[in-house]
Design a protein around this ligand. Structure first.
Ligand code: G4P
Length: 526
């Protein structure tokens, strides 16, 4: 039996392709959970998608994302921690890292657009860790794809089995609501954007005449046919398969209209996993272990450029975290204590005295932390599961102010420690190459270097568009490869060799020429 404090925690993220409704659903969860009173309280955590040069937007973003990094609230006796993920695709890597700190996810799919590019990428990251997924098909008030077609598309593109928990009646202008298959109840749709509403009609089954008070005969018969098919094709929900990340329960609703949320939240509370054990390089760490351990998955710069302190977000994995107790920073091999750790309840920050596995605490940091750092009570541990992914754009840093070389180096080092982008060092000349997912990251780096470090640089675009971490069982062969391909080799922050390439074809050719070398798409590989 888990300690009740651990058992009651549900730490998860809501993820989606931009615009599918992640922010709206997050807000509605807080609304239903009683953590906020009115809709509109959660600010849009989105950079302006169309204008990447809007620095004010970037700054505003940073302000919002500190406030909404973690949103904790109590619901039905559980402590729910929603970890926020950035909406903008250029910050995808931030999202991937946040996914390392959750125990499950709710994936939002827009019923009009179906599975989009970012949906697939996010899902593949969930796959890497077998993260349990619940799917919410949103915007049912709009004319979208047919429910069966959507399910086929999701199963096919996301490569996961589905199990619908409710079934829509009509769609768009004919949308009447959903029928909850396992509770035999009709949830009637009516548009209400501001408050929590509940119009549930309990029926015995689909032959109950009471249905005809709300639906037309034709609607009832279509519903009967379709749910019969659903039962036949998808069967009952096997919660253990869900927990292994192999089967996703599906709900239909409309987040903006508060519709389908309560049902989703109630099922989430019932089936979503409590904190689970975590793999460290050295061993598996169980949540119920007495000794505290945790890792940093996100670092946020302070908004005030005069103070270079930052907030490191620590996910607690085992034991109990206590304020003012000395903990062991395993990478730096030193003891540290935290006088002002922060807890996040809804949108309020407060001082935390103790925190449990599943919780995230914010630690003020003056440059001691880097993404992936582990804290323990003395044991040397390094948690796994926070890999770097191949960036898509590579640019070399050119110093524009030789008098400020030191500041530039420090700035680049610290910003890449924070995970703003990846740093590769290339020879000869210790050239610094920044790898990023999108242009916006370069803008952020430029802007912050100038404002926080007083350094100026220019970025020279390189032809590379992929990276592969290279290893080999034969050290000599690896050294030889690195030497031969020197102009394509960068060293990442951990000192590992990375092969930079223009395209997949080049990678394939190189693989063929060097059969003893293993090429990995992420920095973490078995
Ligand atoms: P994101 O975080 O995934 O990027 O999406 P977000 O919640 O910001 O929602 C994107 C747009 O979709 C918003 O409209 C939002 O109001 C709308 N939306 C969310 N849920 C539903 C729904 O159930 N039905 C319909 N019809 N629309 C929905 P917007 O115009 O971009 O922003 P706003 O002006 O409404 O704030």
């Amino acid at each position: 039996m888990l300690h009740p404090e651990i058992e009651k925690r549900k730490t998860f993220a809501i993820i989606s392709h931009p615009d599918a409704g992640k922010t709206t659903l997050t807000e509605k969860f807080l609304l239903f959970g009683g953590a906020i009173n009115t809709a509109g309280a959660v600010k849009r955590n989105k950079a302006n998608q169309s204008n990447t040069s809007d620095f004010m937007e970037i700054e505003r973003q940073r302000g919002i994302s500190v406030a909404t990094s973690v949103m904790g609230f109590e619901y039905s006796g559980k402590r729910i921690n929603i970890l926020d993920t950035p909406g903008h695709k250029d910050f995808a890597e931030d999202t991937y890292r946040t996914l390392s700190a959750v125990d499950s996810v709710v994936l939002v799919v827009d019923c009009v657009k179906g599975v989009e590019e970012q949906t697939e990428k996010l899902m593949s990251v969930c796959r890497m860790r077998n993260t349990p997924v619940i799917i919410f098909i949103n915007k049912m008030d709009r004319e979208g794809k047919e429910a069966f077609d959507l399910l086929d598309e999701i199963e096919d593109k996301l490569n996961i089995s589905l199990c619908p928990q409710s079934w829509p009646i009509g769609q768009g202008h004919t949308f009447k609501g959903v029928y909850s298959i396992y509770h035999n109840q009709l949830n009637l749709f009516h548009s209400d954007k501001t408050k929590v509403t509940d119009s549930v009609v309990k029926v015995n089954d689909l032959n109950d005449d009471a249905l005809l008070d709300y639906l037309q005969e034709k609607e009832v018969s279509t519903l009967k046919d379709e749910t019969e098919l659903v039962n036949g094709v998808y069967g009952d929900l096997d919660v253990s398969l869900y927990k292994e990340g192999l089967l996703a329960p599906v709900f239909f609703g409309s987040a903006i209209n508060n519709f389908g949320i309560k049902e989703l939240l109630d099922t989430f509370i019932e089936i979503a996993p409590s904190p689970r054990h975590r793999e460290a390089e050295e061993r598996d760490v169980l949540v119920e272990e007495k000794n505290f351990s945790g890792f940093v998955f996100k670092i946020h710069a302070n908004l005030d450029p005069k103070h270079r302190d930052r907030i490191a977000f620590l996910r607690i994995c085992s034991g109990k975290f206590e304020r003012n107790k000395f903990y062991y920073h395993t990478r730096q091999d030193k003891k540290m204590k935290f006088a002002n750790p922060m807890d996040f309840m809804a949108n309020e920050k407060s001082l935390v005295e103790e925190a449990w596995p599943g919780d995230v605490v914010g630690l003020y940091d003056s440059g001691n932390f880097k993404i992936g750092d582990t804290l323990t009570e003395g044991e040397k541990l390094q948690f796994k599961g926070i890999p770097s992914f191949s960036p898509a754009i590579f640019k070399e840093v050119e110093n524009m102010d030789p008098m400020r070389t030191k500041q530039l180096e420090k700035g680049i080092e610290q910003l890449t420690d924070e995970g703003v982008a990846q740093l590769f060092v290339m020879q000869p000349g210790n050239r610094k190459v920044i790898g990023a997912v999108g242009e916006l990251q370069f803008e952020v780096i430029n802007f912050r270097l100038e404002h926080e470090y007083g350094a100026k640089c220019r970025f020279r675009t390189l032809t590379y568009s992929r990276s592969r971490w290279v290893t080999s069982d034969d050290k000599k062969k690896l050294d030889e490869f690195v030497k031969r391909k020197q102009q394509h080799i960068g060293t990442d922050k951990e000192g590992n060799p990375v092969y930079l390439s223009d395209n997949d074809f080049m990678i394939e050719m190189t693989k063929r020429d060097y059969p003893d070398i293993d090429f990995h798409t992420t920095s973490e590989h078995k």
